[in-house]
Design a protein around this ligand. Structure first.
Ligand code: 5AD
Ligand code: FES
Length: 350
């Protein structure tokens, strides 16, 4: 058996195999890796690529992650906050464009209390009964997660960022804790959300060993979704002068995640598209099956600057459904408006 067949067969990888795949300079091996991951994805989900409409609802953040352009200490960051009505209008526009999943994402903004979010989510749930509502609003209390779920949210994205506690503490200020992050993920899953974790590829101080821990975490946690994309330096942050992660390594990791956890929903992220003009198509050919175009109001898009040069116009925009269709078709797959629920049951059994 080849190394790729071994990994696909075992749904597991050893540290040695990971090092071998990440350093391989062998086109035949890489072709086999990407093609096998793509085939496994086809067997599970078919040739369908799911789309999610991203609403970047606030660029305010109380946190100070060292890598993120929205960190509170970044004085260069332009802050905006959508009103609940504006958020609803973004979803309206998305619904008309065919979206059946909305991702409400934002920094950890104290303005969005449960008392403000619950009526908003309840209203979206009522108006868009056939849609999935995904939240990506960072760390909140278990009680808050529960209220938002009861109001009608179905999914929650919270990247674990790194499964190595020492690495986590180098990327975050002292007041943020690895244990709390992990606890949030467990709580979200326990409440019944479809849960997404994930990490940046090529973040400062990442090693093959920390990546191995990320893959083992994914194997044991079995999230419904995993978001990964290259680290891209953000100006105005302490990590602005570090080098960006690589597209190529991201593609290899996308494939490995597909092989060790075949049922996962795996986006070809905006960060991948930012570093390479065909980044997302390459991601899909390496086993990804989700794209997340932007539904945010055009005038604010440039201000949701998690990292520099983030794609926010043209092909990235949800308005450009036609271009996106075309791009996905170029990979031999097809964009679908299905909700695209995970095939992995939630803890509530649905
Ligand atoms: N480069 C790439 N991704 C980043 N994120 C935050 N900052 C950066 C950056 N500089 C990712 C984090 C976060 C998600 C919303 O964006 O993984 O969880
Ligand atoms: Fe906002 Fe990391 S800087 S959560």
């Amino acid at each position: 058996m080849t190394i790729v067949e071994t990994i696909a067969d075992r749904h597991d990888i050893t540290p040695q195999e990971l090092a071998q795949i990440l350093t391989a300079n062998d086109d035949t091996l890489l072709k086999e890796l990407f093609a096998t991951a793509r085939r496994v994805c086809d067997e599970v989900y078919g040739k369908r690529v799911f789309m999610r409409g991203l609403v970047e609802m606030t660029s305010y953040c109380r946190n100070d992650c060292l890598y993120c352009g929205l960190r509170r200490s970044n004085e260069q960051a332009v802050r905006y906050r959508l009103t609940p009505d504006e958020i609803e209008q973004c979803c309206d526009k998305g619904y008309r464009l065919g979206f059946r999943t909305f991702v409400l994402q934002g920094g950890e903004d104290g303005w969005f209390t449960d008392d403000r979010l619950v009526p908003l989510i309840a209203r979206l749930r009522q108006r868009f009964a056939d849609c999935a509502i995904t939240l990506s609003l960072g760390e909140r209390t278990e009680e808050s997660y529960r209220k938002l779920f009861q109001a009608g949210a179905n999914r929650y994205l919270l990247r674990h960022e790194t499964a190595n506690a020492a690495h986590y503490s180098r990327l975050h200020p002292p007041e943020m804790s690895f244990d709390n992050r992990m606890q949030c993920l467990r709580q979200l899953r326990e409440i019944g959300y479809q849960v997404g974790c994930g990490f940046m590829v090529g973040s400062p101080w990442q090693t093959v060993e920390t990546l191995y821990e990320d893959l083992q975490f994914i194997r044991s946690f079995r999230p419904h979704m995993v978001g990964i994309g290259p680290f891209i330096p953000a100006s105005g942050t302490p990590l602005a002068d570090h080098k960006a992660g690589s597209v190529d390594t991201t593609l290899r990791l996308l494939s490995l995640i597909r092989l060790i956890h075949p049922q996962v929903l795996l986006p070809a992220t905006t960060a991948l598209g930012t570093l390479h003009p065909q980044g997302r198509e390459l991601g899909i050919m390496a086993g990804a099956n989700v794209v997340m175009p932007n539904l945010s109001p055009t005038e604010h898009r440039k201000d949701y600057s998690i990292y520099d040069n983030k794609l926010c116009t043209g092909h990235e925009a949800a308005e450009c459904r036609g271009c996106l269709d075309q791009r996905i078709r170029s990979t031999g797959n097809e964009l679908t408006t299905d909700r695209g629920d995970s095939l992995i049951p939630t803890s509530q059994g649905n």
